[in-house]
Ligand binder design. Sequence first.
Ligand SMILES: Cc1cc2nc3c(=O)[nH]c(=O)nc-3n(C[C@H](O)[C@H](O)[C@H](O)COP(=O)(O)OP(=O)(O)OC[C@H]3O[C@@H](n4cnc5c(N)ncnc54)[C@H](O)[C@@H]3O)c2cc1C
Length: 386
Amino acid sequence: MSYLYDAYIKNNVQQNWFKKIDALAEKFAERADKYDRESSFPFKNVDELKKAGYLSLTIPKEFGGEGLSLYEFVLLQERIAAGDAATALCLGWHLGCFLELAEERTWKEETFRSLCEKVVQDLALVNRAASEPATGSPTRGGMPQTKAVKQGDNWVINGTKTFTSMAPALDYAIVSAQIGDTGKKGNFLVDMKQEGVSIEDTWNTVAMRGTRSDDLVLKDVKVSEEALVEEERGKLDLPKAWLLHIPACYLGVAVAARNEAINFAKNYKPNSLPGAIAEVPEVQRKIGEMELELFKARELLYTTAAKWVDEPEARMDMGPSLMAVKHVATNSAAKVVDLAMRIVGARSLAMSSPLQRHYRDVRAGLHNPPMDDMVISAMAKRALNE
Ligand SMILES: Cc1cc2nc3c(=O)[nH]c(=O)nc-3n(C[C@H](O)[C@H](O)[C@H](O)COP(=O)(O)OP(=O)(O)OC[C@H]3O[C@@H](n4cnc5c(N)ncnc54)[C@H](O)[C@@H]3O)c2cc1C
C-alpha cells in the first residue's frame, strides 16, 4: 500500500474495507480506457462493487447497512477514483444519497427503511436527478421545470432531467420537481421501471464518459402520494457534507496521474542522460510540487471529514469549510494532472496514455457542485457576517 493511503487509515474496519476496494480498483484501472473510449457504463465494475457489499456502505446498521461514516466514504471513493473516476463519481452519488438521508432523517422512517432494504436485499442503485437545462446547477436555486400535478390520490410527473449519472443502471431516481402551482420544490422517489420513464442517450462529452449522465425523461409518470419524499425546507438544512465525495473523486484522478508520471520518470532513460529523468532536478521539482498539492488538498479533505464525524455539534457551521475543500481539491487535482503531463511530455497526449483521460476527467470537477464562484462567495459572506 502507498504512504498516501496509510496516513489516513486509522482502524481495522477501514483497513479491511480499504484492502477489498484497493483490489477492485486495480482491476477498474485496467478497464478504464475501454469504458472511456466506448463512453459505456462500467457495469462490470459496479457488479463487482455490488458483490462486495459496497452499495450498503452508508446505509444505517438498523436497516441492514454497514453504517459507515463520511470519513470511510471519502477514503474508499478516492481509491476507486484512482482506478476509474467515472465508477467512483457514480457510486458517490448513490452512497451520498444514503449518507445524507441517514444523517438528516427527513424522510418518513417507513419510506427510508423500505428504500434501504431495496439496496441491501436487491442491490438497487439510486441517484438524485436534480439538474435541468433551464435551471443549470440545482445548487444555484433555480425552479425545476419538471412538474408534479395532483390527480386524485396520485402525483403525475412531467419533465426532463439532464446529467442523470448511471442512467442505464439506475433502479430509483429521486427527482426534483415543482409541486403543482405552489411555487415550491419537492423530491419524488421514482421507480425507473415505472410507465412513462425513459432515458435519452444525450451524454456525449469529453469527460467522465463512463458515468452515462444521460437525460431522464418523465412523461405522465403516475406515482403514489407517498412518492413525495421531501418538500423544500428552509435555511435549517445541514450543510451537504456528503458532497465531499466530489473532491475525493478528483483527488483520486490526481493520484492516478501522479503515479503514472512518477513511474514514467523512474523508467524513461533518453540517451542524452546518464540515467532516468527522475534524476533531473527540474523533474524532481515538478514531482515535489505534485506532492505538495496533494498533501494540502488531502489533508484538508480528511481533517474536514474527520471533524464532521467527530464533532457533530460543529456541523451547522461547517458549510463554507466543506465548500472550501471542494474548491482546493478540484483545483489542486487539475494542477497535479497538468504537472504529471509536463513530466511525461508529449507522450502524455497519446490516446494510449491514461494521462489524456485524466486530463479530460479532472475538468469535470470544476462543474460539479459547489462551483468555484459559489465557494468564494460563501467564504466572503462568512467573513463579513462575523
Ligand atoms: C460528470 C457529471 C455528472 C453529473 N451527475 C449529476 C447527477 O447525477 N445528478 C444531477 O442532478 N446532476 C448531475 N450533474 C450536474 C451538475 O450538478 C450541474 O448541474 C451541471 O454540471 C451544470 O452545472 P453548470 O455550472 O455547468 O451549469 P449552469 O448552472 O447552467 O452554469 C453555467 C454558467 O452560468 C453561470 N451561472 C448560471 N446560473 C448562475 C447564477 N444563478 N449565478 C451566477 N452564475 C450563474 C455559471 O457560473 C456558469 O458559468 C453532473 C455533472 C457532471 C459534469
